[in-house]
Design a protein around this ligand. Sequence first.
Ligand SMILES: C[S@@+](CC[C@H](N)C(=O)[O-])C[C@H]1O[C@@H](n2cnc3c(N)ncnc32)[C@H](O)[C@@H]1O
Length: 236
Amino acid sequence: MRIDVLTLFPAMFAGPLDESIVKRARNAGILDLRIHNLRDWAHDRHRTVDDTPYGGGPGMVLKPGPIFEAVEALKAASGTRTKVVLTSPAGRTFTQDVARELAAEESVLLVCGSYEGFDERVREHLADDELSIGDFVLTNGALPAMVVIDAVARLLPGALGDDASSQDESFSHGLLEYPQYTRPVEFRGWRVPEILQSGNHSAIERWRRAQAMKRTAERRPDLWEKMKWAKPARKI
Ligand SMILES: C[S@@+](CC[C@H](N)C(=O)[O-])C[C@H]1O[C@@H](n2cnc3c(N)ncnc32)[C@H](O)[C@@H]1O
């Protein structure tokens, strides 16, 4: 999969995307990641990409010109159908399902906002999608883009040591993950549940599902509400 990123802060991406699973996916050729500086598509000596808002108000707005030119050039360079995604607090919420949608694309271009955000014509006439990573406002779109890249990269076939890991974790079946334990069997007087040491795989699977359901119902009633239809299908 190819992911291009358009940002005013390319240096922010060094580090988080050069470690761990994303690094491995890049090195293995599973993820082709390219970071671009929006200022490379500015036309004046000062490499200006923003201007004051029409109608007045605080802050600056990203001009449409450099973004349209950059996106058009990068789409042509990708050589395939590219999905253009803006990062924005006003976008649809980024979830594991959306990460899965993006992981199925051949090419995604993440456009990071800055200042007060984008000229509306970018939204209306250039973007295919707009994603928010949560109901809070960050300084610019670099961190949201990194969050999206990390979540998508680990879903690409071959990115994790064991692809089953990404199919059996929180949100994968609409539930939070069940409790996990490792050695020692007793730590400060707290024991690992006996069932997990029983070797009875079907009993363990039933216990894990029941725990995942209990945890989801307690902590995330919003997710639990959506899962209700699945309850009669399984006996706990
Ligand atoms: C300071 S914010 C602009 C906020 C904008 N004035 C508003 O009220 O919605 C600058 C940029 O950071 C990015 N950003 C900030 N918070 C975000 C979030 N929760 N999810 C995705 N992107 C975000 C977006 O790209 C945004 O254009």
